[in-house]
Design a binder for this molecule. Sequence first.
Ligand SMILES: [Zn+2]
Length: 119
Amino acid sequence: MFEATCHCGAVKIQASAEPAWLNECNCSVCRRLGTLWTYYHPSEVTFLEGAGKTVAYLWGDRGLEFHHCPTCGCTTHWEPVRKEGAERMAVNARLMDPAKIAGIRVRHFDGAESFRYLD
Ligand SMILES: [Zn+2]
């Protein structure tokens, strides 16, 4: 099990699988948030703490909700606005134990320009 916990502990997310890879994106929001994303099917993710308590930020075409903890401000995850049939959500791996994700490949996504992976 892989757990992502915000700084104050109000939000605790459990993922059922090891991240296949981690994504550092340079788009206007990800570069500011400093996130390292790992992607899951929503069925693979469980909120042990803080379900429904996080705050969503929407921008651009408003298709995704970027969530953060209302107390400590850590970015926890994103999920599609449209929950029905959603195939993907992302958990911020910066909230995972660094030792557990140390060997996992980090990819760089050019979300700012080409919308392609740079590797
Ligand atoms: Zn918190």
